[in-house]
Write a protein of this length. Structure first.
Length: 157
């Protein structure tokens, strides 16, 4: 993917207009449009400024590799651009589908664990609630043999 194409995709994902970008880069709208359409080259300083505006590293912006570009805009909406042959795009989509499926399985498993823990907590609360009733009926000075010693004898000894 060319740099100008990445800039356009990132600008759109951030919901900036070309006029807003031109203003942020201190250039004319027509000059910015020429940069974004590839009619003219964008200088290094402006590339650095674009990277900062898009909250990415400069190297990410200028890398020319083909593949997917995944961006989150301010509303956390996913914007995905995939370049390459139809087979490459199909493979990328399949990978993304598997990632989503795996994520759903993990979430379902975590929900089952949470439900099991809630049941365990409820059982433990029931056990705790029953404990004072059973323990409260025993005399505090009961020995292991079950014989109670009078407190007066313990104090005088």
């Amino acid at each position: 993917m060319k740099i100008n194409e990445k800039i356009r995709l990132m600008r759109e994902s951030k919901k900036f207009t070309q006029a807003e970008m031109a203003e942020k880069l201190n250039m004319s709208v027509s000059g910015y449009r020429k940069n974004e359409t590839g009619q003219s080259k964008i200088d290094h300083h402006k590339l650095e400024r674009c990277a900062a505006l898009f909250d990415v590293e400069l190297i990410e912006l200028i890398s020319l590799g083909n593949g997917r570009v995944v961006l989150l805009n301010d509303d956390n909406n996913l914007a995905i651009a995939v370049t390459g042959s139809t087979a490459e795009i199909a493979l990328e989509l399949q990978k993304m589908h598997l990632s989503i499926t795996y994520k759903d399985e993990i979430i379902a498993h975590k929900e089952r664990l949470i439900d099991a823990q809630k049941r365990e907590i409820l059982s433990l609360k029931t056990i705790i609630a029953l404990m004072p009733k059973r323990c409260g009926s025993l005399h505090p000075s009961t020995t292991d043999s079950g014989n109670a010693e009078p407190e007066e004898e313990n104090n005088s000894a």
